[in-house]
Ligand binder design. Sequence first.
Ligand SMILES: C[S@@+](CC[C@H](N)C(=O)[O-])C[C@H]1O[C@@H](n2cnc3c(N)ncnc32)[C@H](O)[C@@H]1O
Length: 448
Amino acid sequence: MALQCSRTCRQYLLHLAHDNIDFRLPEIKALLSIQGKPFDPSENFKEKSPFLRLNGLSEDNIRNIMGRTVCAKSAFELWGHGKTTDELKSSLLKYPSERMLPFLQEESTYKINVYTFNKTLVFQDRIKKIDALNFLPFKGKVNLKDPDHIFCLLEDYGTDPNNIPEEPFYRYFGRWIADGQRDLIRSHSVKKRHFIGNTSMDAGLSFIMANHARVKEHDLVYDPFVGTGSLLVACCQFGAYVCGTDIDYNTIHGAGKSSRTNQKWRGPDENIRANLRQYGTERQYVDVLISDASKSIWRREALFDAIITDPPYGIRESTRRTGSHKDIIKPPEDFCGESHVPVSMEYRLSDIFSDLLNFAAHHLVMGGRLVYWLPIYRPEYCEEMIPLHPCLSLISNCEQVFSTHTSRRLITMEKTKEPAVCVCALNVFLCVCLSSVCVCVFPCSAHV
Ligand SMILES: C[S@@+](CC[C@H](N)C(=O)[O-])C[C@H]1O[C@@H](n2cnc3c(N)ncnc32)[C@H](O)[C@@H]1O
């Protein structure tokens, strides 16, 4: 079957950027699943390789991926591949000529690029490699500036910069189809952003989060810890309407001290709306409110297509919530009594995440995604530490390492069940009770 497919099915090659490595495949998988397509990599597929061969897709599927991805640089229709030049040549000669010929016509122009991963070749060596492809029936004229068709020889010299082989481990040749959206990372850099704060999320990671969340045009996306709205900026770029909440008055109103070194106070128009205006997406701004994420202000309904957030870890901003000092035990979720005194008290990390999952279970549409960052102390990390919820399936868990001891993990979950459940607060731990089974979001002594 695999042999038959290699002759009859088109294969596409994605050239992935060599940063945010852990986040790349979940991004591609999410962008495939938006199109209802499974992730079907070739055999010999390696997670850390910058080259990813995909089966079972059309050129339109690939163009749709490239229209969104910030993890892939370019995509090609793969015409041949192999470990050696001979293997590459015989693979290319087997490629059905009816698929090649439309791009090799006399009246069309073309150019061939050579891309080498983990090795720099001098100009002469590149020309030699191009000349070695002269068995292909190119009939058109070369045009380096504005060709009708672009082809690329891609060579993989491994990932070890201290051990670069003479010859590549693997070679690919294909027709270029499209580039990804890496330019968004530069154009949306927080360095050039109108309104920023100490914890504004990096543009590349914000787009990755929006892609993991499968944010689409006309979706309604919510960030409960919105800060300066970096995640909303990314979601708007993909056509979503956005809203958010934050406990901090100054952040929501764009007031107070500036995070810029050369500026003491924030200017009059430094706010999230102005950020969206900067990128031409102001019409997708719904609103942001001052609100404490531990006390839901929303009607108990599936309101959001995606919830995407970066909760406070207590490192660069404190983890606070509103509450009375006497009110150490959390009141029931539906309690919104008049007697509530909004003084500030500690918001435990475990409560932040159990509240977030529980909120997502109630307020996401079915199939909607929750994407959030979880801080990790690496020496103690194990997968069981990832908070779970009976209504949310874990989709991906990607690490961004800060140091040998600290990292954060980008967790993506999908709502797969309606919470026909009773939710009870047991001491300070939130447990979700399903008939007779009680599942603790964080293990507590009463339920381990
Ligand atoms: C890591 S920052 C989010 C940064 C944001 N993604 C950005 O790009 O600017 C966390 C935010 O959570 C807010 N926050 C802290 N405790 C909160 C609470 N109990 N409810 C709502 N927001 C809270 C903080 O004010 C802070 O703006």
